[in-house]
Design a protein around this ligand. Structure first.
Ligand code: GTP
Ligand code: MG
Length: 1136
């Protein structure tokens, strides 16, 4: 029976100091939903017998079948502690990596979180990830060490061993928090240092500073988990028990007469009880003493388990009576000892009391939101709080007050939109009728019955003209009325049927949100602020006091909407609310046309959009979908739109090929998205392509040994290169390639010649480029705006420092003769101007810099200036799709070593001499062209999709005279340059040993010794590589860390699970790109290789297999012999 009414909840919502917003976070399967069940059952929403079995918050069918949670869902609970009443808004989250975006949506709305850790498995990868997420959002964590029963029943540890094991787990978790904390303190300290450096030039003597001082000064005691601080609960959710040590401290202080405060400090730790002296002493193991925790706590629990498992009736009774518990006859006679255990334990140490009182004590109420968190929420990207407009800064106090007064501005954050069947909405549900309505209906039914009777009597009478009998007339008209009524009644039922059908087919989206300030009221008008909304911009147009009701000018990224419905989220149910005061989690209906995935709602236009959610997973698995029946395309498109709105992480796109593509975080996520599409959103049959696996193309240094590990001698090497060149590259005439890989090529009209060389970048540099792609994009934008405005654009000091640091790191990693001055010669990054490839210039008479924003602007005055954008565009195109299978390049450096423009220079100079006026315009144009990317550069980049001759973009028409005259029969000169540069890059690549790069997953697999062999077998079959194997302390479980190509990962988790009878279940997380060592073009060249691999040697070439698969998918030419020997095949079995 539900113990708390909605009215009660509404009352509790108004007492902000008694609200706790928390989420449950953990690695997959550590028992979050089971714990949530226990907490929910304390409110009578589900029966305590079913707690742990029902998994109430896993409301989807596939969640129940698979046994994992796939979405976060919220429920409000009432908790009484002493004379204080609390409202707990609890959010359960999924632990599977594929759904980690759901964790982000939950964490944003909370002030604290319960971290659940499995006592056997300890700290797992997702535990670390969620700790980090909680840390990034600045919310307060508390810890539940769950599944302690497994230590007793499965691992059969003694209490002493269990104590050491638990201590170990606690240390591991604190190590993770410690690492987060240290890095933050050091970062802050470094920031302060740079600030003070900027303010004043410190004397050289002051430069030596002590890094550790920051750590010592900062108080970090509240961060760590420790039972004596009251932020750790030991529990077994399935058996329904849990305790914090204060429970036992209170209990034993009476029994042994030691102050509870003393016990609280000593119950956990290396202390023991000297029974004679009735004193607690330090140090235990050395003297062979039992620690207090073992003696007073664990021993009791262990003996209870032992008694119940051995069905020692006497002992059980003794324990039950000594604890003063009452066990029903049904439980005590039950065949399963677990039932009895649950009945005893959940009375003795109720888990909900332990966990909820810890939450109420340790997690701050919404009133205690920290200034640091508020500033973080309000500042998007690299913005600082001080740079916000003053009206916006004032809103900080509204956040801090969290006031529900009428004057407070309303600020709401929507973290996700979740779909609900329209039928399940409270307003569409059949509600119980009131007494009056029942009476009214009865009355109606009676009348109808009477009319029917009257009608049947009327028919029996002989028909007479109505004029003759007035009473008859009345009767008739009554009859007609009755008919009419029935008709309208029918009409009613028909329309209601139609309405019903409509609602049946409709998904409603509810916003999962929290009120940070003010009171959200039903029917209220409110601004919807998109992530790119800038309050500074709108405040120019609007006054800070304007309300969403008045007619407003158009402001980008801002719309107005009405809060149509407000709901209390109760797990599977929703309850209607009239208003929701500050500090509460709620559902909002009617936003689906205004909010896609997340948004900020406010009544004040000065409100900034909240910082975007931190998503940990990168979507990587892509598939193309199409309807089984082509006519159902519109439904599919609509369905995909809905899916996009309903899932925080999925990406839905239409590729250039017209394919509809879904990009998901992993296999499980993909499956869920497809199920949703089929059954919920599109309701059509769909066919799904095999996953589209991304690759990268790169080059390496020439190998030192051949395929049979023989060193390649000088002479042989030449032979090999010679042969491969002949075989694969098919370099046409007119392209010169020297033995060193320098490619020289001329434009078709022979007016310019380019020499380009390709070199592999060192691994660290590629990684640096990848990590800093955002920074590179910012640099690009900065130099564009620098050049466009020609004003000193204000650049954030922090960004400048980051750019400087990036440059230094590049310099450090590009050492050696080959890379001399390379960093200063960087011309561009690619593809898309921010990718992991570099273009260098290395010829006389040219100078430009990507480091323009650092102030090293070089005004370039030379003949090259007009066309350098073409070279950059050619490079962008070349890096976007490589020669092997048109996949993007990675880790390649192209060096332009020569760039000769034959006649252009002359022609330009003659045209300059022609007229002074022309010279001026020319000059103007040139100045414009010095910038990193002019419009022309962009347009060429976009319009040219690998097509070498597609250069007729309209911009060319507006070219100055000198250039127009170059347009000869080969097309405009700049277009030829783009195509030539692209070709040069491709040939330069082909002159080097090419390699494919595969996307790699990392995974951590836990397995017992028996199944270890089988895990290895599956891994090696799928080209996986084991990085590390270690034994988990105190258990017989091995942890294997491995990497595995994404291309081989489909069905991996399932296969492992099957082969190990469900003992090991890995989770795959995208980690990095890795070069596949085999050469896709390799053919045997030496005698030994022939001997070893045979003539064809394509049996083991994984790289070639991948390459050909991609080429086939893209419809490119694949060099494959289908029939090797055209002999007639004989059947071996004789025909009978
Ligand atoms: N032995 C034991 N098993 C438990 C305990 N708590 C949960 N389990 C079991 O662990 C399994 C996973 O529990 P869930 O509650 O679904 O785990 P979860 O953390 O919600 O999993 P995800 O939501 O998928 O991340 C279930 O089979 C539970 O019965 C416990 O205290 N002891
Ligand atoms: Mg769960």
């Amino acid at each position: 029976m539900v113990l708390t009414s909605v009215e009660k909840m509404v009352g509790l919502q108004k007492k902000t100091s008694g609200i706790r917003n928390i989420c449950i976070l953990a690695h997959v399967d550590h028992g979050k939903t089971t714990l949530a069940d226990c907490l929910i059952s304390s409110n009578g929403i589900i029966s305590s017998r079913l707690a742990g079995k029902l998994r109430y918050l896993d409301s989807r069918e596939d969640e129940q079948i698979r046994g994992i949670t796939m979405k976060s869902s919220a429920i409000s609970l009432h908790f009484v502690k002493g004379d204080q009443e609390y409202l707990i808004n609890l959010i359960d989250s999924p632990g599977h990596v594929d759904f980690s975006s759901e964790v982000s949506t939950a964490v944003r709305l909370c002030d604290g979180c319960i971290i659940v850790v499995d006592a056997v498995e300890g700290v797992c990868p997702q535990t670390q990830a969620v700790l980090r997420q909680a840390w990034l959002e600045n919310i307060r964590p508390v810890l539940v060490i769950n599944k302690i029963d497994r230590l007793i029943v499965e691992l059969k540890l003694t209490p002493q061993e269990a104590y050491l094991h638990l201590k170990n787990i606690l240390e591991q978790i604190n190590a993770v928090t410690g690492a987060l904390f240290t890095s933050k303190v050091l970062e802050e300290r470094a920031e302060k240092e740079t600030e003070s450096e900027n303010v004043s030039d410190t004397a050289p003597g002051d430069q030596i500073y002590d890094w550790s001082t920051g750590l010592e000064d900062t108080d970090d005691s509240h961060l760590y988990f420790s039972p004596e601080h009251g932020n750790v609960v030991f529990a077994s959710a399935i058996d329904g028990w849990g305790f914090g040590i204060e429970h036992f401290a209170k209990l034993y202080s009476q029994k042994i007469g030691i102050k509870p405060t003393v016990l609280l400090k000593t119950l956990w730790g290396d202390y023991y009880l000297n029974t004679k002296a009735k004193k607690i002493m330090k140090g235990d193991q050395s003297k062979g003493k039992k620690p207090l925790f073992v003696q007073l706590v664990l021993d009791n629990i262990w003996s209870l388990y032992e008694a119940v498992m051995k069905r020692d009736k006497e002992k059980i009774e003794k324990i039950v009576t000594s604890l003063g518990l009452k066990i029903g006859p049904r439980e005590s006679r039950h065949a399963d000892p677990k039932v009895q255990l649950n009945a005893i334990c959940s009375q003795w140490l109720p888990i909900s009391d332990a966990v909820l009182s810890m939450v109420c004590n340790k997690v701050p109420s919404p009133l205690d939101i920290t200034a640091e968190r508020v500033e973080k929420l309000m500042c998007v990207g690299a913005r600082t709080f001080d740079s916000l407009p003053p009206e916006t800064q004032e809103l900080k106090s509204a956040f801090m007050k969290c006031s529900s007064e009428g004057t407070a501005p309303v600020i709401v954050f929507v973290s996700k939109m979740f779909p609900v069947d329209s039928k399940a909405l409270p307003q569409n549900k059949p509600r119980p009728l009131t007494q009056e309505e029942i009476a009214h209906r009865r009355e109606l039914a009676k009348r109808r019955h009477a009319e029917k009777l009257a009608a049947s009597q009327g028919k029996e009478l002989p028909e007479e003209p109505p004029s003759e009998n007035s009473s008859e007339v009345a009767g008739n008209t009554g009859d007609r009325k009755g008919e009419e009524q029935q008709l309208t009644g029918q009409g009613d039922s028909m329309t209601s049927k139609a309405v019903k059908e409509e609602t049946e087919n409709k998904e409603s989206f509810i916003a999962f949100a929290r009120v940070f300030s003010g009171v959200a009221k039903r029917g209220q008008k409110i601004f919807v602020l998109g992530p790119k909304y800038d309050p500074a911009e709108s405040l120019h147009k609007l006054s800070a006091q304007c309300s969403p009701t008045s007619d407003l000018p158009v402001v980008p990224h801002m719309t107005c909407c009405t809060l149509e419905n407000l709901y209390l989220l109760m797990g599977r149910e929703l309850e209607d609310l009239e208003e929701v005061p500050a500090g509460n989690v709620l559902g909002i209906g009617g936003l689906q046309d205004f909010v896609l995935k997340s948004a900020t709602l406010s009544t004040s236009p000065a409100c900034p959009p909240f910082t975007p959610l931190n998503f940990e997973a990168t979507p990587i698995v892509r598939v193309a979908v199409e309807p089984k029946h082509p006519s159902e395309m519109p439904q599919l498109v609509r369905g995909m739109k809905l899916l996009n709105q309903a899932d925080p992480c999925v990406q839905v796109l239409i590729q250039e090929t017209g394919e509809h593509v879904l990009v998901t975080a992993g296999e499980v996520h993909l499956q869920r998205c497809l199920d949703d599409l089929r059954e919920r959103f599109a309701k059509v049959q769909i066919s799904v392509s095999a996953p589209i696996i991304p690759f990268r193309e790169t080059i390496t240094r020439p190998p030192k040994v051949d395929m049979v590990n023989e060193e390649i001698g000088k002479q042989q090497k030449v032979a090999v290169i010679h042969q491969t060149k002949e075989d694969q590259n098919k370099i046409p005439e007119g392209v010169q390639v020297d033995s060193d890989g320098l490619v020289t090529i001329s434009t078709p009209n022979k007016q310019a010649t380019l020499s380009v060389r390709a070199m592999p970048l060192p691994e660290e540099v590629t990684r640096l480029l990848e990590e800093n792609s955002d920074l590179i994009r910012t640099m690009e934008q900065l130099s564009t705006s620098l050049n466009e405005d020609k004003k000193t654009h204000e650049i954030n000091q922090k960004t400048l420092d980051r750019i400087k640091e990036f440059k230094q790191k590049l310099e450090k990693n590009l050492q050696g003769r080959k890379w001399r001055n390379a960093v200063d010669q960087i011309w561009s990054f690619g593809p898309r101007k921010c990718g992991p490839n570099i273009l260098l210039y290395n010829f006389e008479g040219y100078k430009r810099s990507v480091w323009q924003c650092l102030g090293t602007t070089v005004k370039e005055v030379s003949k090259y200036r007009d066309f350098d954008n073409s070279i950059v565009s050619g490079f962008q195109l070349a890096t976007l799709s490589g020669p092997m299978c048109e996949e993007p390049l990675m880790g390649v450096c192209f060096i332009v070593e020569k760039w000769e423009i034959n006649k252009v220079g002359d022609m330009l100079s003659t045209s300059r001499q022609d007229s002074g006026e022309n010279d001026a315009t020319e000059h103007q144009q040139n100045e414009d062209n010095t910038l990193g990317s002019t419009d022309e550069g962009h347009s060429a980049n976009e319009h040219q999709d690998g097509n070498q001759s597609g250069t007729e973009s309209p911009e060319k028409i507006s070219k100055p005279k000198g250039e127009l005259s170059l347009a000869d029969c080969y097309g405009p000169f700049s277009g030829q340059l783009i195509a030539t540069m692209k070709e040069a890059c491709r040939y330069a690549l082909q002159a080097k040993p090419q390699r494919l790069m595969a996307a790699m997953y990392t995974c951590e697999i836990m397995a017992t010794a028996e199944v270890l062999g089988r895990v290895y077998a599956v891994l090696s079959k799928r080209e996986g590589r084991v990085l590390q194997e270690e034994m988990k302390e105190g258990t017989d479980v091995f942890i294997i860390k491995a990497v595995l190509p994404v291309a081989e990962s489909f069905g991996f988790a399932d296969e492992i699970r099957k082969r190990t009878s469900g003992l090991a279940s890995p989770q795959l997380v995208f980690s990095h790109w890795e070069i596949i060592s085999s050469d896709p073009f390799w053919v045997p060249t030496t005698e030994e290789e022939y001997l070893h691999f045979g003539e064809k040697a394509d049996s083991e070439n994984q790289a070639r297999k991948y390459m050909n698969a991609v080429r086939k998918r893209k419809g490119l030419y694949v060099e494959e012999k289908i029939v090797e020997h055209a002999e007639k095949q004989r059947t071996l079995s004789r025909n009978k």
